[in-house]
Design a protein around this ligand. Structure first.
Ligand code: DCP
Ligand code: MG
Length: 474
């Protein structure tokens, strides 16, 4: 096992001053920002709660523990509507999974009748989403994570990265992860899986590898081998659309992508082709950075097939505009600029924006400006639409975000950056009901190799029954 020396990274003292740094880089440059360089000694943890909404329900109602439990977004007791937000691992055994239509879940796992726990055929318990409760549980977990590290980046309600370089070395990484998981379990009553690795993307894959209730440590030098068999759609920045394209090129695993000809990838995907190849090779120079106030808030949604029909496009933009305005309201944000993103097949990203004389909070106006901007694309086939508000002003009203798990797009840029990038981190939820319920987080615009300059949020999302997936774009 490799021994880790934090000193070589240039530890910082409590006041934030640099203690020393053995590596010398050209002045003003940081190791992590040098193209092609790595920070072999960065220790990144990724924490992701297991079947989180279901786990919250089980904490509240311990009789649900060990049961096949399905949490439905837009679901009402006894009804077949809505989409699966998540399912307990017991329910997953029957093929029930996130973003599946409830009607389909019911076919795989019929609803248990009241008092009918001994039925011959397996049955499941269905519950509607109670986001307020889940957020309160997430806040408890978050408190524990912040106690572990000064540098925590929360990326969704149940997921965060921690930079633990200064406190964890590779010899102690496994023990640290066990302790953290035990603390979360005993203090909060929900289960976390943890991955530790020298890069953010490897840590994320690692936390997923042994779910549920698992942990994986990937040491420096092992990342590429660790990735080799990974299906290509699990590489950071690669979603279903890109994965399909890659499959056509015979690239199915991260190992294939790592070995692919970078020029060919660039011809097919532009600069992003090189970026995803770098991620597949384990090269990821991103550092964990905490989130500040978002620079913009957005929602985007993909059609399963390109759509030219005006009304269908207008309906989607209306829904997205409402969702964005609602989100801004909850964040306590007013906005001065309203924009749309229109993706034409295969990957042509168009953005349009209009600025107002001063900040406002007015859902009707967001909708009418967005629809107005859409008019230019009335006749054109479109595969994805997004609505964004930017030039945000948090000065009026209280800050709703509380720096909590609830994500926000954090692109670090407004109109200056063409918003081709979407959040690889964000996850999409299915169905109209989930519009406001699950938000991803964008990446820093300062990250020159962000793979999120891609196809976007829906790449990590799921679209059951032709439903659009939803996510942030920046
Ligand atoms: N979620 C949702 N819709 C989706 C995906 C997720 O509403 N399509 C919600 C419900 C999940 C929570 O977000 O509980 C966290 O998402 P995860 O992807 O981490 O899924 P889980 O925590 O449920 O399961 P896992 O154990 O695989 O992490
Ligand atoms: Mg989870």
């Amino acid at each position: 096992m490799r021994t880790h020396s934090v000193d070589r990274l240039g530890r910082r003292d409590a006041s934030g001053g640099e203690v020393f740094r053995d590596y010398v880089y050209p002045s003003g440059m940081d190791a992590a920002r040098l193209p092609g360089t790595d920070r072999p000694d960065q220790v990144v943890a990724h924490v992701d709660m297991d079947c989180f909404y279901a786990a919250c329900e089980q904490r509240r109602e311990p009789d649900l523990a060990g049961e096949p439990l399905v949490i439905g977004m837009g679901y009402e007791a006894g009804e077949p509507h809505g989409a699966v937000a998540t399912a307990s691992y017991e329910a997953r055994e029957y093929g029930v999974e996130s973003a599946m239509a409830i009607s389909e879940a019911l076919e795989r796992l019929p609803r248990r009748a009241e008092g009918d726990s001994d039925a011959d055929t397996p049955t499941g318990i269905y519950r509607p989403v109670d986001l307020d409760y889940y957020e309160s549980v997430a806040a408890e977990v978050k408190e524990i994570l912040h106690a572990e590290s000064d540098t925590v980046r929360e990326v969704s309600i149940d997921e965060a990265y921690l930079d633990v370089t200064d406190t964890v070395d590779w010899n102690g990484a496994g023990a640290w992860a066990s302790d953290l998981r035990a603390t979360i379990k005993s203090e909060v009553g929900v289960v976390a899986s943890v991955g530790l690795a020298p890069t953010m993307s490897a840590a994320k894959v690692a936390s997923d590898r042994e779910k549920p209730d698992g942990q994986v440590v990937v040491e420096p030098g092992e990342v590429r081998a660790f990735f080799a068999d990974l299906p290509v759609d699990e590489v950071h920045g690669v979603g279903p659309v890109t994965a399909r394209e890659l499959a056509r090129l015979g690239i199915e695993t991260a190992g294939d992508l790592a070995d692919a000809d970078p020029d060919a990838l660039e011809r097919r995907f532009g600069e992003r082709g090189r970026e995803i190849r770098r991620y597949a090779r384990g090269e990821d120079t991103r550092e964990v950075t905490p989130r500040g106030d978002p620079k913009s808030l957005s929602r985007e949604s993909a059609f399963t097939e390109a759509v030219a029909a005006i009304e269908e496009k207008r309906r989607k933009v209306t829904t997205l505009a409402r969702a964005v305005a609602d989100r801004a309201g909850r964040e306590g944000a007013r906005y001065q600029t309203v924009g749309i993103k229109v993706v034409e097949p295969p990957f042509d990203i168009n953005t349009r924006a209009r600025s107002l004389p001063g900040p406002i909070a007015d859902a009707d106006l967001v909708e009418s400006i967005a629809l107005d901007l859409l008019a230019e694309f009335d006749e054109r086939p479109v595969r994805k639409l997004g609505v964004r508000v930017s030039n945000l002003d948090f000065s009026a009203g209280e800050q709703a975000s509380l720096g909590g798990f609830e994500g926000a797009t954090d692109g670090g840029s407004d109109e200056a950056t063409p918003d081709g990038d979407c959040t690889g981190e964000s996850q999409a939820v299915a169905g109209q009901a989930s519009l406001t319920a699950f938000d991803g987080v964008g990446t820093e615009s300062s990250d020159p190799v962000s793979p999120d300059a891609t196809d976007g949020a829906d790449e990590s999302g799921h679209a059951p029954d032709g439903q659009a997936s939803l996510g942030d774009f920046e």
